[in-house]
Unconditional design. Sequence first.
Length: 83
Amino acid sequence: MIDLLKVIFESSRKSSRTRTWHQHVVPYEDGWAVRREGNKRITSKHRKQSTAVRKAKSIARKKKADVIIHRADGTIRDRISYD
């Protein structure tokens, strides 16, 4: 029984994707949003891009991740690494 549980546990660990904590600053409605890479939902919403960048940097520093800043057209403008 224990061997069976070990096999199931090991296989579930291998199949799960490692999630990152990279933070994207993206255009959102009439302002800007911070969104964790891979998430559909936003982390926070801001009127100015500079405020969104500040929030993303704060999260990325704590999680040792990157901040990816997008332009209004969605293309990537800059990437800041905190790892």
